[in-house]
Structure formats: structure tokens, C-alpha cells
Write a protein that binds this ligand. Structure first.
Ligand code: UD1
Ligand code: CA
Length: 462
């Protein structure tokens, strides 16, 4: 086995995206285009992965900071794909082996196809092998020009003659190159074309002129090598990826009531017998257990949900954990850093932030619980507010187990309500409450007998 060196081109601006974000940082199924390509490349277990960065170089680097096996080289000016590959010279020239050249904007390519490319490349003893595809609508792609069945050159759309434009076999922009003849050949690429750029596909004609073997390997499904150049293509490919993810979920025993309106990011995991209603968004690293119900309008982001959890309509959960048997919503908002214990309830219009609810604890209606710890089986009445912010700092509210917080209580943090304490409805609690005590923090009610009648009489005499 010869060494494999992967190079990924990602320096282009992506003019057609009309975006402030570098093209390769646009996401499909929650994963950036460039990360998808890096993941595929890693499947080859290559000796090295080098990414050519240019537009938004720092952003692209930062987005991949977790991938410590990746190196970056800068292409200061984007003079074309051939010029981009030349930037890896200081890293790769003189090494032995094969370069697998990937495009940062071709996100669906499978590692199996790269393995087939390498097999074809090695069998033919080729200097270069190109992945090609047959496309009914080849517009925009470089066309594969053959003479007597052999690849002779690749012509870009803009430079193609009408006869060449009619060719339906296209260049995927994915190649295998032998390292030994690569850099001398790259040096002889010119820029006599409509865009005045150094075109990497010109390597084909250069190698052919020097009588080196140039091979092709044709991918079965052209969808796999689709490039993303515009928002329309981003949407089309997103829809393909989404459909595939939904099919995987259903094959694993998840019920999707309406797959057409179910939006699940690539890395999301869902357990069997979970039922997902229409218009649900499951994002990032979300994991959902078995036999849950996720009702319409719900959005779960980077959160872990246990088994048999029922999340009713229009609930948002972000960066939080919900344990088995819990009930959420409708209209609950669980903000980052929260934990909802087993069988706990977080009801309508209840907001949690950095708050943990113990097992069996309940806040069924209309509450804001921020920076709070709530013990097991505690009941938080409707309208309860933790006043966690004094205008400068955030403070914690600690509520023990089996506490009863009466409706419309205002808990002014920092404050502790010890186990088994009882808060009278409408209290403003500003001091700690001992275990088992009743706290009443409101003006005592006064009843004035006969007051209404007296007022009427006063009015009549005036
Ligand atoms: C390219 C190919 C075309 C092929 C198509 C497949 C060339 C000249 N054309 O066209 O034959 O059918 O891909 O998708 O190669 N890039 C750089 N530096 C540059 C220019 C581009 O890093 O100076 C990167 C881009 O960020 C992108 C990739 O190279 O990731 C391809 O560039 P792009 O401009 O999208 O090429 P296409 O016009 O799609
Ligand atoms: Ca492209």
C-alpha cells in the first residue's frame, strides 16, 4: 500500500452563494460542507489531510479546531484550482504516494467511491484518475472529452464549444494523482481560458501529452458528487440528505408521522418506538431514547432525552438533559445547562435556565426558574419566579426535596428553601426557609365589615 495524502480545496469565496460566510462553512444536516468532506477523507485513514484555505481562512480553521489530524495551507489569492493544489508543494513535494484531491464543496461523496477510485487508479498504473459522472443536466460542470473512448481533456462550461456542451459526462472535481509527476505537471498549467485561472483539470491534457496514463472511474449515482455552488443547490442537497436520514431513522424503528416535515441533523440518534410528529427539528448532537413522543413544533438542540419522555407541542430544549419518563410542554422552554429528572414535569409556559429539577419534581404552569436547584418531588406553583439577577450578578435559588412553593411566589436569590418547607401563595421570599417551616411573605389580609354599604351611603350624601 502506498501512502495516501488527502488534499481538500476550500479557499474559494463561493461568489454564487452571495454570503458573508465562506462557502465551505455552510451546513447540510447540521454539519459544515468542509467537515463532511474531512469525515469522508478520514475514512481512508490517510497519511495526511491538508486543507487549502483562503477566503475566511481563520473561520474555516476555527471550525475544524477539533480535528487535530488536519493541516492547513493558505492560498492568498484564489487563482484557480490548479494554483490551489500548488500551495501544498512545501508539504507534499518529494514524498511518495498518491494524492486524493477533494473539493470542499462536494459534501456527499462516500468513502467507498474513493476506495473504488484508488483501486482503478492502481490497477491502471495511472498518473491521474478522475471521478466522472453522467448527468442529464450537466450545466456548469467541466465536460469529459474522449477520443476513441480514452479521456483526452476536460473542458470547462465557459470554454466549451456547443458540441462539448452537449456532452453529459462531467468532471466531479475529485481525483487521484501520483505524487512523483504531480508538481512538475502543475507548473506547466497555464491560464489561457475565459476565467484567466489556473485550471486543475488541465493536468489531464498535460499528462496525456507526456504519454502518461490517465484513467477515469465513473460513479454510479451522480447525486453523490454534486457540488454546492448556490443556495438552490444547498437546498436541493439538504433535502436529499434529510430524506436519507429520515429513512435511516424509520429503518431503525422510529415512527415519523410526516417525514416530509421532519428535520433531523445527521448526528442525531433516536431510539426505537419513539414517535415524531410533523414539524419537529432535532439538531446537533441530540440523542433521544426509546418510546418517546415528540409533538409538533418542538425543537431539540444538542440535548439528551431519556426513554418514554413526552414532549408536547412547541417546546424548545437546548444543551440540556431530560431523564426518562419526564413530561415537557406544551410551550416549555428549557435553556442551556438544565437537567430535568425522571418523571419530572415542566409544563406550559415554564422556562428553565441552568436549573435542575429533581426526580418527580413538578412546575406545571407559568414559571421562570433560573439558576435553581429543585429537589425531588417538589411542587412549584403557577407563576413562581426565581429572581436570579440583581442587575449586576446572577444568584442561585436552592429548593430542597418535597417542598411546596405556593402559586405566584417570588423567590429572591440567593435563597434556600430547605426540605419539606411550605411557601404560602403570593409570598416574596427574601430569607432562607428552614426545613418543614411555613413561610408567608406577604401583607396579612384585612377584611372591613360592611365597607361596601358604607361607601354607597357616603356617596349618596355628597
Ligand atoms: C470545478 C472544476 C469542474 C468540475 C467541478 C465539479 C475546475 C477549473 N473546474 O468547477 O471541472 O466539474 O469543479 O464540482 O477545477 N478553490 C480553491 N482555490 C481557487 C479556486 C477554487 O481552493 O483558487 C476551491 C473552491 O473553494 C472549491 C473547489 O476549489 O471548494 C472548486 O472550485 P469551484 O470554483 O467551485 O469550481 P467549479 O466551478 O465548481
Ligand atoms: Ca464547485
Amino acid at each position: 500500500m502506498t501512502d495516501i495524502h488527502v488534499v481538500i480545496l476550500g479557499a474559494g469565496k463561493g461568489t454564487r452563494m452571495k454570503s458573508a460566510l465562506p462557502k465551505v462553512l455552510h451546513k447540510i444536516g447540521g454539519i459544515t460542507l468542509i467537515e463532511r468532506v474531512v469525515r469522508t477523507a478520514s475514512g481512508l485513514e490517510p497519511a495526511s489531510i491538508t486543507i487549502v484555505v483562503g477566503h475566511g481562512a481563520d473561520q474555516v480553521r476555527d471550525s475544524l479546531s477539533r480535528q487535530d489530524s488536519v493541516r492547513f495551507v493558505a492560498q492568498e489569492r484564489q487563482l484557480g484550482t490548479g494554483h490551489a493544489l500548488l500551495q501544498t508543494r512545501s508539504i507534499l513535494e518529494g514524498k511518495a504516494g498518491t494524492v486524493v484531491l477533494l473539493s470542499g464543496d462536494v459534501p456527499l461523496l462516500r468513502v467507498e467511491s474513493l476506495q473504488a477510485l484508488l483501486a482503478a487508479h492502481n490497477t491502471a498504473g495511472a498518473a491521474a484518475t478522475v471521478i466522472t459522472a453522467n448527468m442529464a443536466r450537466p450545466f456548469g460542470y467541466g465536460r469529459i472529452v474522449r477520443t476513441n473512448g480514452r479521456l483526452t481533456k476536460i473542458v470547462e462550461e465557459r470554454d466549451a464549444t456547443p458540441a462539448q456542451k452537449a456532452l453529459t459526462e462531467i468532471n466531479s472535481g475529485i481525483y487521484a494523482f501520483e505524487l512523483a509527476p504531480l508538481f512538475p505537471a502543475l507548473d506547466s498549467i497555464g491560464k489561457a481560458n475565459k476565467q484567466g485561472e489556473y485550471y486543475l483539470p488541465d493536468l489531464v491534457a498535460i499528462h496525456r501529452k507526456q504519454s502518461r496514463v490517465v484513467e477515469t472511474w465513473t460513479v454510479e449515482s451522480a447525486g453523490e458528487i454534486r457540488g454546492i455552488n448556490s443556495r438552490t443547490e444547498l437546498a436541493e442537497v439538504t433535502s436529499m440528505v434529510r430524506q436519507q436520514k429520515n429513512e435511516e431513522l424509520m429503518a431503525a424503528g422510529v415512527t415519523l408521522i410526516d417525514p416530509a416535515t421532519t428535520y433531523v441533523d445527521a448526528d442525531v440518534v433516536v431510539g426505537p418506538d419513539t414517535v415524531i410528529y410533523p414539524c419537529v427539528y432535532l439538531e446537533g448532537s441530540t440523542k433521544i431514547g426509546a418510546a418517546c413522543e415528540i409533538h409538533s413544533g418542538t425543537r431539540l438542540v444538542n440535548s439528551t432525552i431519556g426513554d418514554r419522555v413526552c414532549i408536547r407541542n412547541h417546546t424548545v430544549v437546548t444543551d440540556s438533559t431530560v431523564e426518562s419518563g419526564a413530561f415537557l410542554g406544551p410551550f416549555a422552554h428549557v435553556r442551556p445547562g438544565s437537567q430535568v429528572g425522571e418523571d419530572a414535569h415542566v409544563g406550559n409556559f415554564v422556562e428553565l435556565k441552568k436549573t435542575s429539577m429533581g426526580n418527580g419534581a413538578k412546575a406545571n404552569h407559568l414559571a421562570y426558574l433560573g439558576d435553581a436547584t429543585i429537589g425531588e418531588k417538589t411542587n412549584v406553583g403557577a407563576g413562581t419566579i426565581t429572581c436570579n439577577y440583581d442587575g449586576e450578578k446572577k444568584h442561585r435559588t436552592v429548593i430542597g426535596a418535597n417542598v411546596f412553593v405556593g402559586s405566584n411566589s417570588t423567590l429572591v436569590a440567593p435563597v434556600t428553601l430547605a426540605d419539606g418547607s411550605y411557601i404560602a401563595a403570593g409570598s416574596a421570599v427574601t430569607a432562607d426557609v428552614p426545613a418543614g417551616a411555613l413561610a408567608i411573605g406577604r401583607a396579612r389580609q384585612e377584611n372591613k365589615d360592611g365597607w361596601v354599604k358604607k361607601r354607597k351611603e357616603t356617596k349618596a350624601t355628597n
